[in-house]
Design a protein around this ligand. Structure first.
Ligand code: PLP
Length: 373
């Protein structure tokens, strides 16, 4: 089966070398030397001030909300992985959904303001499939309405906007380093901030609120990354340019061959993408289901990211229906993209998509722009 993604495993001997070091030191977790080294290298690679590694991307979100003192409600996107809003709800912050832009598929700045209520303390956006949110406009709204901004950057590793890492926007950006992500540490994540005091609070929150052996400052949780995971991250970071390059080539091939048959996400202006996913939007759900079963028959396993639209989830109700998000979530399918995907297999994906979509008129079709590289 050709899956939507395949976990990238770096050089096994390099990994074993790190593991031998861990055995020699007997230091397995609690901010060990490999975690420190990975934090340092990520700061340099991403060009951000603070990187605090966490044991997954969901806890990174939860710690981010705590570190910024969020309460009440947050305006967020219904088109994301469920963790973006369930983490809010888990922290006692009511997610209020604002609809997405039908072309960029990110939370629409045109819809954010009308959703803000008296207890709203933040805007939480997701850079969906690595496409940057409208960060300048969101920053302007947040400043004017005195709100914090958190970006779920789980898809946005190595994504650049206006000449720098997109993770530099917002009060905090979070990353997920789950094994299915472009860059991973088996399980893991990170909190990115450029504010020293926020970084200090994040450090405390990730480690039970412990300041030093004799002092505990407040409530915290255990969100620490371990040394074996950091070792995996160090191995993969060595290969990151090749990973990005190979993904870009696969994405370009899809775009060239499929651009006339399906709708594509419109890249935000002035951005450099990472091709962490290759989503296509079909004309309707029937076409999507037909295509998915045709692909399955051909040994290909695409995924419906993101379905269902989060405004339909009962435990987050009642929510106003977000029509662009609902429409997109019924039509979007992510095709296989990962380093090592064989040309023959990609051709099989492409010909199946063409066979299932040719002749079909898409009422939602927008001009498919070239991928921004
Ligand atoms: C993967 C993902 C998460 C969760 O990260 P984990 O490391 O699996 O906890 C959160 N948000 C988005 C958008 C994701 O894709």
């Amino acid at each position: 089966m050709i899956n939507v993604t395949k976990t990238y495993l770096g050089d096994i001997d390099k990994f074993k070398g790190y593991v031998e070091g861990i055995y020699a030191r007997g230091w397995l977790t609690n901010h060990g030397p490999l975690v420190c080294e990975l934090e340092q290298r990520l700061k340099e690679y991403l060009g951000v001030k603070h990187v605090i590694l966490t044991n997954n991307g969901t806890l990174a979100l939860q710690v981010a909300y705590r570190a910024l003192g969020l309460s009440g409600s947050a305006v967020t996107t219904p088109f994301s992985f469920v963790a973006t809003s369930s983490s809010l709800q888990w922290e006692g912050i009511r997610p209020i959904f604002a609809d997405i832009d039908a072309q960029t598929w990110n939370i629409s700045p045109d819809h954010i303001e009308s959703r803000i209520v008296s207890d709203t303390t933040a805007i939480v956006g997701t850079h969906v499939f690595g496409n940057p949110c409208a960060v300048e406009r969101i920053e302007e709204i947040a400043r004017r309405r005195n709100l914090k901004v958190v970006y779920d950057g789980a898809h946005a590793f190595a994504v650049r906007h206006a000449g720098q890492s997109v993770l530099n926007w917002g009060d905090i950006s979070t990353l997920s380093f789950h094994a299915t992500k472009l860059f991973h540490t088996i399980e893991g994540g990170a909190i990115i901030t450029n504010d020293d005091e926020t970084a200090r609070r994040v450090h405390l929150l990730c480690n039970f609120g412990i300041v030093d052996v004799d002092k505990i400052e407040g409530i915290g949780i255990n969100a620490k990354l371990n040394e074996f995971s950091a070792a995996m991250g160090l191995c993969i970071l060595d290969d990151i340019e090749n990973i990005l390059q190979e993904r870009a080539e696969i994405a370009d091939r899809y775009t060239t061959r499929l651009g006339d048959y399906v709708d594509l996400q419109r890249p935000e202006n002035n951005s450099q993408l990472n091709h962490s996913y290759y989503p296509i939007a079909l004309s309707d759900e029937q076409q999507l289901l037909r295509l998915r079963s045709a692909l399955n028959t051909n040994g290909i396993n695409p995924r419906r990211y993101f379905y269902p639209s989060l405004d339909t989830l009962e435990y987050l109700q009642p929510q106003a229906a977000q029509t662009a998000s609902r429409s997109l979530s019924e039509r979007v399918l992510c095709l296989p993209i990962y380093p090592g995907l064989l040309r023959d297999d990609q051709d099989r994906v492409i010909s199946t998509v063409i066979a299932e979509t040719s002749g079909a008129h898409s009422p939602y079709r927008v001009p498919s722009l070239a991928q921004v590289m």
